[in-house]
Design a protein around this ligand. Structure first.
Ligand code: SAM
Ligand code: SF4
Length: 475
């Protein structure tokens, strides 16, 4: 028997887009590590390069096509290199990717990720590109299409997580809302809720691995609904109750919410379960009814306002955040002003603001002309952001003097590279998802610590750890 251990293949992976993509990458890497790969962050040393892609906006796709352009030469110099395009853009562009970048070896949609290891082998063996994508939404019965978007939640990979003590848990796949601007229902397939028992088992396994905070993921996470073998229905509030019982889990978050489904039972669960984060991300997209109608968001501004009132009445200390699209077709100055007014009324913790980006294959792209000039989109984006930042800063400053419980995530952005056993600037998040920066010690990473807030900007709170013993190194 040879005592030479086979050389581990080096894998480089880049992920763009949302948390769902970060989770998918974690799972793909977990699988490939079991197949003998090891991660590298040096693209030049990689045997396999994977891009896990996003197609929500044009900009995200452009980024990947230019990355593929850049590595063309690398492949010429190193023909044994394997290149893969995974995720939403793979599902959307399919063969077009191979036309634009013939040096790509595998194209795998988000509903086929389990096949990545097998396709990497096939691409080499057959010396020809391999593609695995799911069916288009109109290709057959809902069951047939759903079956082509296979559930993919295998073993977890601690090394790929944002931190060893935080993890994402998918509770829903796909989306059936079909907002007119959005590509997600086509590329991530029909809405499916995972069984509650499977989610609870996964969360328990993560807690056993030392995970303290989980973030439940779904495109419309509060529409979650599953029925168990005994016929019992689980809503998100029921699931939260179950997860809350798991020993070791100290914080539970969930994103992204849909306004129509922000039911009172859910708000009561957030109020009554102390380990559930006081944070609700619930995108409005626009403050104008006519625009919402053209977006097919299925709620009115009045419903959204009422939802905000219910949130504030039930969980007064909850932070709410939102998404807005500016420059949607036909958005007049008056319509845009209504979004500005909603931001004023909503007092969001923060808002993610996007310029409308036409997506081929969506209803908005066929029905409407992208008629708002780029400079107008830019100006509206900026105006909304300036207003939101001023509001965030005002509300953040109200927290000065309060003590917040912070999960310490690591050295703050400005002080990366703090040596172990050194005091430096650290950052973490409060239960209401606010970023808190404070002077701390490496050994606080992964701990919940009380921090007194002393100053605040629009995006960050600055504070001091309440017990100085926690900061000073042990004698
Ligand atoms: N499911 C979530 C929801 O309904 O709020 C959002 C998912 S989407 C990946 C994230 C955000 O991207 C959306 O809330 C929306 O603001 C933005 N978005 C989606 N499609 C867009 C488009 N075509 N142009 C600009 N922004 C877009
Ligand atoms: Fe896209 Fe609308 Fe579904 Fe969110 S709810 S993923 S915006 S279609």
């Amino acid at each position: 028997m040879s005592d030479v251990t086979p050389k581990r293949k080096k894998l480089y992976i880049e992920t763009v887009g949302c948390q769902m993509n970060l989770l998918d990458s974690e799972l793909v890497v977990g699988k490939l590590r079991n197949e003998g790969y090891e991660l590298t962050d040096d693209i030049g040393k990689a045997d396999t390069i994977l891009y896990n892609t996003c197609s929500v906006r044009q900009h995200a796709e452009d980024k990947i096509y230019s990355a593929l352009g850049r590595i063309k030469q690398l492949k010429q110099l190193k023909p044994e290199l394997t290149i893969g395009v995974l995720g939403c853009m793979a599902q959307k562009d399919q063969k077009q990717i191979l036309k634009r970048a013939p040096h790509v070896d595998i194209v795998v949609g988000p509903g086929q990720l389990a096949r990545v290891p097998e396709l990497l082998v096939l691409a080499k063996e057959q010396a020809t590109p391999q593609m695995a994508v799911s069916l288009p939404r109109t290709a057959g019965s809902n069951e047939t299409v759903t079956a082509s978007f296979a559930e993919y939640d295998p073993i977890r990979e601690p090394a790929m997580r944002p931190t060893p003590f935080q993890a994402f848990v998918r509770i829903m796949m796909g989306c059936d809302k079909f907002c007119t601007y959005c590509i997600v229902p086509s590329v991530r397939g029909p809405e499916q809720s995972r069984p509650a028992a499977v989610i609870v088992d996964e969360a328990r396994a993560l807690a056993d691995q030392g995970v303290k905070e989980i973030t439940l993921l779904g495109q419309t996470v509060n529409s979650y609904r599953s029925v168990d073998a005994s016929g019992r229905t689980f809503r998100l509030s029921d699931l939260l109750e179950r997860l809350h019982e798991i020993e070791g889990l100290q914080r539970i978050k969930f994103i992204t919410n849909f306004p129509n489904d922000m039911t009172d039972d859910l708000l009561q669960a957030v109020r009554d379960l102390p380990r559930v984060s006081r944070y609700l991300h619930v995108p409005a997209q626009s403050g104008c009814d006519e625009v919402l109608k053209r977006m097919k968001r299925t709620y009115s501004v009045a419903l959204y306002d009422d939802m905000l009132d219910r949130i504030r009445a039930t969980v007064p200390d909850a932070a709410v955040s939102s998404d807005f699209i500016v420059g949607f077709p036909g958005e007049s100055e008056a319509s845009f002003e209504k979004s500005m007014r909603l931001v004023e009324r909503g007092r969001f913790k923060n808002s993610y603001i996007f310029k409308y980006s036409p997506r081929q294959g969506t209803k908005a792209d066929t029905l409407f002309i992208d008629d708002i000039p780029e400079e107008v989109k830019k100006r509206r984006n900026n105006d909304l952001l300036v207003l939101q930042t001023a509001i965030s800063q005002e509300d953040n400053r109200r927290l000065i003097g309060q003590n917040l419980e912070v999960l310490v995530e690591g050295p703050s952005k400005s002080s990366k590279g703090v040596a172990v056993d050194e005091i430096g600037q650290f950052s973490g998040r409060s239960s209401c998802d606010r970023i808190v920066v404070f002077e701390g010690h490496e050994r606080l990473v992964g701990q919940f610590v009380p921090v007194t807030i002393e100053d605040a900007s629009g995006v960050t709170l600055f504070g001091r750890v309440v017990t100085m013993d926690l900061v000073a190194p042990r004698a």
